[in-house]
Ligand binder design. Sequence first.
Ligand code: PLP
Length: 391
Amino acid sequence: MSYYDWLQTEYTELEEAGLLRHLRTVMSPPTDVITLDGNYVVNLGSNNYLGLSMHHRVIAAAVSATYVYGTGASGSRLISGNSVLYETLEANLAKTKGTEAALVFSSGYAANTSIIPVLVGEGDLILSDALNHASIIDGCRLSRATKKVYRHCDVEHLKTLLAEPAGFRRRLIVTDGVFSMDGDIAPLPEIYEAALNYNAMLLIDDAHGFGVLGKDGSGTVSHFGLEGQNIIQMGTLSKAIGGLGGYVAGSRVLIDLLINRARGFIFTTGLPPATLAAADAALNVMRTSRNLRRQLLKHAETMKAALTNLGYTLLPSQTQILPVILGEPQRATDVAEALLAEDVFAPAIRPPAVPAGTSRLRVTVMATHTDSDIEHAIGGFENVRHLTCSE
Ligand SMILES: Cc1ncc(COP(=O)(O)O)c(C=O)c1O
């Protein structure tokens, strides 16, 4: 008997519920086809949507920054780690987003868990979409504000909650722009209008819209023509930008306050020079790569039509994220394993990442998939469809 017996008990419980997670080893660059646990598979599980992590200009920028500035920042940004590369990148982000200023964090997770507790605290109210990302949920918890969850993309429900009298000091509406596990787009014009009517702040997490939607890929806010300072936009450099880091874009005063208050900004070491230079170069490629965006959305349409024709149940995504709903966790895992045997990797996503009963394959396409990658993947889905309940 040991004080640590509970570790095995909890592990076994996860196993019995079909919720165990394992690390897989990727032995190749994260491109359209990868070597996963030694198998060569078409990669339908990447957020490197535009393939920029392997772009020659991005790699060249990372390499030369390492030669000039070394491998690490060596300090937090407020002490000695505020490389000039940060300032170049933040100016570029603000330009891309059309805001007065921007601030880079170590990750998107760090950004959400840092920004929300600065915007609201005890005595304030957060209105959060039911399917918001875990980093938003954790940011809400850290803030100690009261949180009310509105039904997914249901603006009428949001307005009902906003209208409830309760004497809160400040109110914050927070939503994913493109939902990470569902691929649908938040109804921002209606949410923005509700925010204006009820004097609430609005924070958009554009992790999956950035690089994909809007003018020059600048994201969901631009997609709806809502550019300006009134919507606080956060996002990440780890998805379409192909690197690492989170950011927030907004007014100068917001950024200056975050520099002084955001704990996940203050109490951590700066990002490595290579990461900053790569993100800056990737932003420049992203803005001018309309063809990559077109190709990405064309592959998404092809894949969506083919999987629907094969009888799979897809959520109504409008983006590169295509959720194939399978229900119970074990079924999702079984189909994912069968697809691997067809040399296709599509990750099974299970609770708590998605609601119970909606375990799924989160299929994502990349602009750099070839037509034959897509055909091969569709063939794999055709061969395993007997494992789904839709036959
Ligand atoms: C919607 C959303 N927000 C935030 C994050 C966190 O970003 P990062 O991976 O850069 O920490 C993610 C990704 O995991 C995400 O999907």
